[in-house]
Ligand binder design. Structure first.
Ligand code: UD1
Length: 395
């Protein structure tokens, strides 16, 4: 990737804007992909993918690049795993050098992972403009590492692109000037709509001997659920009991797999024939499972949103959520482990519910973001037609 221009060159001098799209962990890739493709369709933008390497496995990272038609990351920082401070510090040190070499016009960070906060810190300290996509979400629970990342990122970012009105309200309540906040909608829905055809062609459930609407999907990886052996042991036992009511497909995140293996819970869980424990799946394969599921049990942020958009009942194994709109308007319900079995039984008795409509969860968030960048830097309009004509190569 070319190194861009020196800091002395005024922005808007006719050259394309150099825009870094920073990603690091699995939930970032589906947020960066629609934006990368939308920006690539603009002659005035040069999007550069910066991969911090927080996630590095093929099935946590590499597969998403090929699946989303993304190029190999233009910049790879290769930070890998570590404690929070180690991971954050490694991203800052490595990314600072890249920022000094390339001097991007804008750094876009997404979501709430350690890479998001670290890149924001490094860029802000060098006076590089930062935009945060998915700004303003708050669980109001600082025991979550992601909440710290959200707070730090939003207080430093110059531009805050919020997914929903509650996120806008949170930012205003924290004293962020309204001029920095734009409600752009939910970029995850763009990714889902971009790949809907591919998702709908898959029948992932058949790999587990299931049919449409007969099974549940489980994902669990939050430290609060998996890091404490007693809590994880209790959860595994409950999932086994739930699987007697409905078969469960549980693609196991590496963090969870490590803990289950370390505490000898994996064999217990595998002993139950209605509980399937594959490795993490690719995007379309996983979304195909969700599209056709009777219900979902999760502690993920993004899956709460996807199930709400699709109208699929979701039980979230957390005390709180930074995505309250999924509870107030959607299909999501917070649930303690001890309540899981009875909540599942309630859902199994209930009929299907219509999917709600939430403002700007419409597959056009990337368009709005591109338009916002264009306005910020005085670039030409006409966003809609160009982005609509985008074609993502099939792999
Ligand atoms: C991170 C994010 C979380 C996000 C999640 C999605 C933070 C604080 N947390 O949590 O918000 O929901 O990603 O997946 O940024 N590992 C592998 N292979 C990989 C990546 C990780 O084996 O490709 C292992 C690591 O060695 C580590 C564990 O998984 O032991 C956890 O990875 P880490 O990035 O620390 O956090 P996540 O739990 O994935």
């Amino acid at each position: 990737m070319g190194a861009g221009s020196g800091p002395e060159e005024p922005v808007g001098a006719g050259r394309p804007l150099l825009i870094h799209l920073v990603c690091g962990a699995r939930p970032n890739f589906m947020k960066v992909a629609p934006l990368y493709h939308a920006l690539s369709a603009k002659s005035w933008a040069t999007p550069v993918i910066v991969h911090t390497g927080q996630h590095y496995d093929v099935n946590m990272s590499g597969s998403f690049f090929s699946e989303f038609g993304l190029p190999k990351p233009h910049v790879s920082l290769g930070v890998g795993s570590g404690s929070h401070a180690e991971q954050t510090a490694r991203v800052m040190v490595a990314y600072e050098k890249v920022l000094q070499e390339q001097r991007p016009d804008l750094v876009v960070v997404v979501g709430d992972v350690n890479s998001t906060m670290a890149a924001t810190l490094a860029a802000s300290k060098l006076g590089v403009k930062v935009a945060h996509l998915e700004a303003g979400l708050r669980s109001f629970d600082r025991r979550m590492p992601e909440e710290i990342n959200r707070l730090v990122t939003d207080v430093l970012a110059d531009v805050l692109w919020a997914p929903s009105q509650d996120a806008v309200d949170n930012l205003l309540a924290e004293g962020i000037p309204p001029a920095r906040i734009i409600l752009v909608g939910n970029i995850m829905i763009d990714c889902l709509e971009m790949f809907r055809d591919r998702i709908e062609r898959q029948r992932t459930y058949s790999d587990y001997g299931q049919t449409k609407g007969t099974y549940g999907v489980v994902t669990i990886h939050r430290p609060s659920n998996v890091d404490e052996p007693l809590i994880l042991r209790e959860l595994c036992g409950i999932l086994e009991r739930v699987s007697e009511s409905i078969p469960l497909v549980f693609p196991v995140h590496p963090r969870t797999r490590q803990r289950i293996a370390a505490d000898g819970l994996l064999r217990e869980a595998q002993g139950e024939r209605r509980l399937f424990l594959p490795e993490p799946l690719g995007y379309a394969a996983f979304m195909s499972l969700v599209f056709n599921a009777r219900l979902v049990v999760t502690d993920s942020g993004g899956i709460q949103e996807e199930t709400t958009y699709l109208g699929i009942p979701c039980l979230t194994l957390r005390e709180n959520t930074e995505r309250p709109v999924t509870v107030t308007h959607g299909t999501n319900r917070l649930c303690a482990p001890g309540e899981l079995l009875s909540r599942v039984c309630e859902i199994l008795k209930d009929g299907p519910r219509p999917a709600p409509s939430i403002k700007f969860w419409d597959g056009r968030t990337a368009e709005r973001v591109v338009e916002a960048i264009g306005c910020e830097f005085g670039r030409p309009k006409g966003v809609e037609s160009e982005v609509r004509s985008l074609e993502v190569p099939l792999n």
